[in-house]
Design a protein around this ligand. Structure first.
Ligand code: HEM
Length: 404
């Protein structure tokens, strides 16, 4: 990064536990500021809403950063050539290949299946007085849905979860990172080879046809697409459901409001997105040419990180931003990003979260934290803001104890 006029502040591991107070302090100084991230990268961190929204839509901020991508013949290149790492025109070509499967209309057709998976998970939890809501509910729901959509065997998901958690973590160490990223790349290559032999009625089989019959994407683009859809499809919604439930448990008046009026679910999910920010910071962008943003000059080649959780708690955009208010107008929240990379899976994530949260509240008349809130830990990732675990006590809506 070019030497900034302003000294870069080093962010420590406490940033993962409470990014909000760090963003508030930085934003109050200036909305775009150089920082050294806990993983060691020096970046321009954008914590203001207006500046973040502008940056996400700025074509001068590119996703193909010279020197930031693996060598084309490296095994990691097989996971690098996806739409979220691409600029136009490749970005549009890749996104169009899968866009149809994720429209609100298409996703609505999944409602019965998502409802059935949710009901099964609720049944499983109903016999237990205390559960980890993250492992037993918030994780299995989106991973089952995305595995079915893509045609990925659900039995592989525990391996997949481990590799993926390492890849989005800031602190795995180079050896673990290499080992897990290699295992993930090999997994996808083997999966796609098996699907070539035996195609199914699923999205990956359709993409294989686009690759082999119509030549619309390269082999590395195909593997990268599978990687992106599976990681994006399960690392994110899990945190909307789990952190969203935690936010409701810590704000009992809002929880009571939602219980009293389930028609609030849609607006509640929007406010929970604004408030809990499953993706804390967008992915890195790089200045393809010098530009001004938020009163600072960003040099050519500098990395820029838009903090979505910073933008969503900017008091200049959302009044009293640290208050959860299910009735507020949360439109314009940036939890799904903005611009050409706006989340492809937003309709699916919204539907899953609405079904999950309303299902949970309808089934359990009382849900309470089983540990002190202060003991809950957040994962060491700059990208994902998600809990390690969420132990809760559940009591069935009929008033009988879950154990009975
Ligand atoms: C609550 C859940 C989710 C959140 C908060 C979320 C958030 C985001 C954000 C912030 C971006 C843009 C990142 C950037 O510009 O750097 C993004 C992109 C993307 N998301 Fe999601 N996501 C969620 C669920 C999903 C799901 C369920 C899928 C399903 C496959 C998905 C697939 C994608 C894809 C493919 C992109 C890249 C789009 C592009 O580059 O054009 N996401 N998501």
């Amino acid at each position: 990064m070019s030497a900034p006029d302003i000294a870069a502040e080093r962010l420590g591991a406490d940033y993962f536990q409470d990014p909000y107070s760090v963003h508030a302090r930085l934003r109050a100084q200036r909305p775009v500021t150089p920082v050294i991230m806990p993983g060691g990268a020096t970046v321009w961190l954008v914590t203001g809403y207006a500046e973040g929204r502008a940056a996400l839509a700025d074509p001068r901020l590119s996703k193909r950063m010279p020197g930031w991508h693996p060598e084309p013949d490296s095994i990691f290149a097989t996971m690098d050539l996806h739409m979220l790492n691409s600029d136009p025109p490749d970005h549009g070509r890749l996104r169009r290949l899968v866009n149809k499967a994720f429209t609100a209309r298409q996703v609505e057709r999944l409602r019965p299946r998502i409802t059935a998976i949710t009901a099964g998970l609720l049944d499983d939890m109903a016999g237990q007085p205390e559960v980890d809501l993250l492992a037993s509910f918030a994780f299995p729901l989106p991973i089952t849905v995305i595995c079915e959509l893509l045609g990925v065997p659900a039995g592989d998901r525990d391996d997949f979860r481990t590799w993926s958690a390492t890849i989005v973590s800031d602190t795995p160490g180079p050896e673990v990172f290499q080992a897990h990223a290699t295992a993930m790349a090999r997994y996808f290559m083997a999966l796609l080879a098996a699907k070539r032999q035996q195609p199914g009625d699923d999205l990956l089989s359709a993409l294989l046809a686009a690759r082999d019959d119509e030549d619309r994407l390269s082999e590395n683009e195909l593997v990268s697409m599978a990687f992106l859809l599976l990681v994006a499809g399960h690392e994110t919604t899990v945190n909307l459901i789990a952190s969203g439930m935690l936010a409701l448990l810590l704000n009992p008046a809002e929880l009571a409001r939602l219980r009293a009026d389930p028609s609030l679910t849609g607006s509640a999910v929007e406010e929970l997105l604004r408030y809990v920010n499953p993706v804390s910071n967008a992915t890195f962008r790089c200045a393809a040419e010098p530009l001004e943003l938020g009163g600072v000059r960003i040099g050519r080649g500098d990395p820029v990180l838009v903090s979505l959780s910073g933008a969503n708690r900017d008091p200049a955009r959302f009044g009293d931003p640290d208050r959860l208010d299910l009735g507020r107008d949360s439109s314009g929240q940036l939890a799904f990003g903005h611009g050409i990379h706006y989340c492809l899976g937003a309709p699916l994530a919204r539907l899953e979260a609405a079904i999950a949260i309303s299902g949970l509240l309808a089934r359990f008349g009382s849900i309470s934290l089983a540990v002190p809130a202060a003991s809950l830990r957040w994962r060491p990732s700059t990208l994902i803001h998600g809990l390690e675990a969420l132990p809760v006590r559940l009591v069935r809506a009929e008033g009988e104890s879950t154990g009975s």
